[in-house]
Design a protein around this ligand. Structure first.
Ligand code: C5P
Length: 308
């Protein structure tokens, strides 16, 4: 007999790093204008949803003590937004399995919100278009739209306007996870403090786009840059050692990912990542090390046959 209760839906959603992050002035709404190049890498969270008698949110994985399991969780806000749109109660159990570092500057919370949008709209068969999901994503947070789309993309506005970028080759990364986290608003605030009254120095995006189109990681390494890095290093000075250690270990370049404190190291190829990862892990300059590739796709249903 067919069951009336829909089967659970699981969505896999990637972490991001910013290959380029130029931060402009503060806007009237308190956000900063950005020009950024997002790049989705193969560290993933999984978001599972299934029908439940009462609304429930569970989080599993590393450092989950720091993830809120109340209405402030961005994934739960996505659930409430969809429930309001569908005109029904949020009678679902949501399970987040974290593979993306928490408060690490890799948009893990945004990834969970994007995953929840895709998973729940699928569970409830809401037939929303990619555009409709993107509008909801932008309302939830600046990085949620990119987590839906994945790949490599140019982000403008406060980061929520994304268009795909031609990126010819697979990039190989070593990701150094830090011991603590950094608050994104605090890092933006620190950048404002460091800048004082001086105008932001222009950081052109074109060389990054050209290097991506050309596909030479060495060319890209010369042009990686993040305006938030100085602020993140100012708040967590140990990051200087981490960045130096990665380059000393053989990476082409290293940079703080988004608002940090995670650091991402671009390597020449897959073999180099193994060596850099081993050396970084032994150097005692971070909590743990992961190897990742990019670009990877955005939020996708992976399996709706297993219970969450
Ligand atoms: O949009 P989201 O909620 O992810 O942003 C988190 C915080 O990061 C914002 O409240 C703001 O303090 C800061 N932010 C910013 N400018 C942006 C994006 C984020 O100042 N473009």
């Amino acid at each position: 007999m067919l069951s009336a209760v829909p089967r659970p839906v699981t969505v896999r959603v990637p972490a991001k790093i910013n290959l380029h992050l130029a931060v402009g002035g503060v806007r009237e709404d308190g956000y900063h204008d950005l020009v950024t190049v997002f790049h989705a890498v193969s560290l993933f969270d999984e978001v599972s949803v299934e029908h439940a008698e009462a609304p429930t949110l569970e989080v599993h994985g590393d450092s989950v003590a720091e993830v809120p399991i109340d209405a402030t969780n961005l994934a739960w806000r996505a659930v409430e937004m969809l429930a309001a749109r569908a005109g029904r109660e949020p009678d679902v159990r949501v399970v987040l399995r974290k593979g993306i570092p928490v408060a690490g500057g890799m948009a893990g919370g945004s990834a969970d919100a994007a995953g929840a949008l895709v998973a729940l709209s699928n569970l409830w068969r809401m037939e929303l278009s990619r555009e409709e999901l993107s509008v909801m994503a932008a309302e939830l947070g600046s990085d949620v739209t990119f987590a839906l789309h994945g790949g490599t993309a140019l982000g403008t506005g406060r980061g929520e306007q994304v268009i795909p970028v031609l990126a010819r080759h697979r990039l190989h990364w070593v990701i150094a996870l830090a011991r603590g986290g950094l608050s994104t608003p605090a890092v933006f605030g620190e950048l404002d403090r460091l800048r004082g009254d001086t105008e932001p120095v222009e950081r052109p995006v074109e060389p990054v786009l050209e290097a991506l189109a050309g596909g030479d990681p060495r060319q890209l390494a010369l042009n990686l840059g993040n305006d938030l890095q100085a602020a993140a290093v100012s708040m967590a000075p140990d990051l200087r050692r981490t960045l130096r250690a990665g380059v000393n270990a053989g990476a082409l370049a290293g940079l703080v990912s988004g608002s940090g404190p995670t650091c991402a190291f671009l390597c020449a190829d897959a073999d180099a990542t193994v060596e850099v990862a081993a050396e970084l892990a032994g150097a005692g300059v971070c909590r743990t090390v992961r190897v990742a590739q990019g670009p990877v796709g955005g939020a996708r249903v992976v399996d709706d046959s297993e219970p969450p």
